[in-house]
Design a protein around this ligand. Sequence first.
Ligand code: KIV
Ligand code: ZN
Length: 528
Amino acid sequence: MAERIYIFDTTLRDGEQAPGISLNQREKVEIAEQLARLEVDVIEAGFPVSSPSEFEAVKAVAKAVKGPVICALARTERNDIDWAWEAIMFAERPRIHTFISTSEYHMKYQLKKTPKQVLELARDAVAYARKYVENVEFSAMDATRSDPKFLYQVYAAAVKAGATVINIPDTVGYALPDEFAELVKGVMENVPGIENVLVSVHCHNDLGLAVANSLAAARVGARQIECAVNGLGERAGNASLEEVVMIINTRKDYVDLTTGVNTREIYQTSRLVSMLTGYNVQPNKAIVGDNAFAHESGIHQDGVLKHRVTYEIMHPEDVGLVESEIYLGKHSGRHALKAKLEEMGFYLDDKGLERAFIRFKELAGKKKEITVKDLEAIALDEIRTLEELFQLEYMQSSSGTGAIPIAAVKLSREGKSYEATATGDGQVDAVCKAIAKATKVKAKLVSYQVQAITKGLDAMGDVTIKLDIDGHEVVGRGVSPDIIEASARAYINAINRGIQKGLLEKKKLARKAKAGTRSKVSSRKAGS
Ligand code: KIV
Ligand code: ZN
């Protein structure tokens, strides 16, 4: 019988480490709830010690999400482990994941510790975490560039101290599939007690081999694969969850493995993560890209029409891609919209539903046919913007041949209004400048991208904007049938993320500190 692979999702932790991503508490819970519907085995909700907002978000996930194990990351420091436990203690099935680097490069240049110290820290951290919880995972960071003999010793110490999961990360995406499989086999053959724990792998995609490496490891006995939706993660990302799962599913005949994932939730999960992180999925991405099931050439279309099996190795329905008809129009009411959204898996609260309803009515007035993708875009935009600090209340922009583009905006934040007008090189530029003026946030535009959500000239526009605020990148996204409004929403979304990340507060504090130093200097001068 096919053996079970446990799917450990790290979208909310390693995935969130991708540049520009910063999910707020509500968004993390939303994604975690979707991951539970996807039926992953473990959700790594975050790294609680990294910031108070991260701690609160992990805690909210642990309290709200039922089903999967909820895991929190911690370095091998006791303080990290205390915070991790505080965050996940209310989870139905909590796990602490502690890690330390074991490669010469990391130990010598980053940690500045001897192998003996690293071994002691690993042992102590696992034992300490076990005082809180039975389920403890230990990772040897940069395992693929570590001395295997030392790696065996560290893993042996972790197992002896009570680790229940031993994770082998290819942190820098350096390994090749055969080589990685050899390493995993080596660990399984040389670490005393390893037969009593779950062996896991965590592969990065720097050489495009994360999925291949994960599969190679599973073929020699690893039984947990760490991955992220849409392959998000540090640098080139982590192994892509949808690829790992669908390979195992489609090639059961060859790999003789199985997962517990409900593959029909894959597409919805990918869309949710893409919208909330601001990371678009490339059209030719395996499994979830727009073209993954599109047959373009005549020969292929002919074959598929005659029999699907000619060119289709998976069915689009298997990953949840269904073309459903919707019968909502400008006469539909709130209840019909709510029912349709819930059927699609979106559960908005009263405030979110009210705003979604207003936008739905506006859209119905402009567009002949409302599609599932339109509704999905509105719902996701509401989920994303519900906790926003600045909200767009009103905007107007005008331009014309020979005229200078001008925009006026009115925003609100905590009951106060902020208004401004500005001119620009184009209407998008003018509206962004007006928002920058109204919010008093100085940001540099790094990139601007627009894509149509559906086909046709009346399609909704989906705008992604990347800003640089004080050297930190933030990504914002907005949708609307009006591209200028979608751009305004994306710009405001990015600014709000900057605020949520504390970037602007840090800037203010730094300015105050500088002003303080200056006034001290000048008063000293005045006194002398
Ligand atoms: O890539 C890595 O090594 C990690 C560890 C924390 C598991 O993300
Ligand atoms: Zn990683």
